[in-house]
Structure formats: structure tokens, C-alpha cells
Design a binder for this molecule. Sequence first.
Ligand code: SAH
Ligand code: DHB
Ligand code: MG
Length: 216
Amino acid sequence: MTADLWREVDAYIVDSLVGADAALDHAQASAEAAGLPRIAVSAAQGKMLHLMAKSIGARRILEIGTLGGYSAIWLARALPESGRLVTLELDAWHAGVARASLAHAGLSAKVEVRVGDANDLLPAIQGPFDFTFIDADKESNAAYFAQALRLSRPGSVIMVDNVVRAGKVIDPDGGPQAAGVRRMFELVRNEPRVSATAVQTVGDKGHDGFLMAVVL
Ligand code: SAH
Ligand code: DHB
Ligand code: MG
């Protein structure tokens, strides 16, 4: 019942403020047809990430966890003509779907999809990035946050998806993904170089949340 209401409100938000978009619809349909899990950010969340990146004038964006490129399209569209998004994806099948959808959206020139374990790829990447979106395996969240911080400059924004997980974040026995989120919270808590909060969300994706950190 409650989840239905969350979905109806999300539909109202999308209808009122986000609107339909052929390239994003295509990306969603392609991901579905390719058998990818239906875990992309929602439309309202995608636009929120887009607006955040846009509001800080981001020119270089890093994404960890591409899936079918849905959030990458939102983020790349926040970039100016010369801006670039680097997005990291473990699964070559996912990356292929993402590249096709990004091409269909006319964004191939702005986006580089790199295939591999982000834990292996990140140490060789050079910053600074203005905006980082962490949305891959939750077990690695602390390591990804540390890398995102290394790749940031003062004023950079780091956003992390799925930090509430229907409340599992407060359960010390909530499983390996919740434990990964908790290790990241602990790291952020002890990190004087960032100011951070987390906000719970409900909607198409159930009860979850984002962590936002600004690098000082
Ligand atoms: N950001 C996407 C959703 C990402 S889902 C969107 O909102 O549209 C998480 C993705 O992270 C999956 O495609 C998964 O294959 C990828 N992933 C999982 N472990 C990874 C790792 N170690 N390195 C890079 N990508 C990983
Ligand atoms: C899962 C991963 C995500 O990135 C997400 O937004 C929702 C669910 C998952 O692995 O279950
Ligand atoms: Mg996610």
C-alpha cells in the first residue's frame, strides 16, 4: 500500500517536473531487453543528480557503476560541450548496452565507458573530478569513497547511491552490502576533508537514500 503511494507520487513528480525523454526511454528499454537488472536510478533521482552536477558547473564527472548507462545519460547531459564523463563498469555486457544507449543519446564523444573492476581501475585514474557518483558494489563503498576523495578538489561533490537499503544500514548484521555502507559511513565520519550528510528517499525504488559529501 505504502509502496504504491510512493510510486504514484514519483509518477506525479516525473509528470510535473521531469517529463518524457526519448533517449532515456530508449536506454531503459534497451537495458530491459538485454536482461539487465532493473536497478538504475529513478527518473526523478537521475534528474536530481543532473541538476547537482549542473549547479556546480561540473566539467569532469566520474561514475562508478554504469549498468545500462541510464544515470550516465543524465550526468553527461549536465556537462558543457567540452565536459567529460568517465564511467566504470565491471560487466562487459552492461558496458556494451551502455555504450549503445549513450551513442543513441548522442553522447559518445563526452562519455568514456571503461570496463573492469573499479577497485583495479581507480588507482590509475587521474583527477580532479568535480562530481563523482558512486553506485557499484556496495561492499567496496569505503574504498570507492577514498578514491573519489583522492580524485577530488575543494568544492567537488561526491554522491553515493543506496546508503539506506530499506533501513538495513542501521543493522550491524544487515549483510555484506549494508556492512559495506556502514564502513563507508565510518570512513566519512572520521574524514575531516569532507562535510557530509545522507538523505532517505522513497519512490519507485522503495526506501533507500543518498549520501552527499562536499570536499572542503
Ligand atoms: N548507475 C547505474 C546503476 C548501476 S548498478 C544507473 O543508475 O543507471 C551497479 C553496477 O555496478 C552494475 O552494472 C554492476 O555490474 C556494476 N559493478 C558491480 N561491481 C563492480 C565493480 N567492482 N567495479 C565496477 N562496476 C561494478
Ligand atoms: C541494487 C543496486 C543498486 O545500485 C540500486 O540502486 C538498487 C539495488 C542491488 O544490487 O540490489
Ligand atoms: Mg544504485
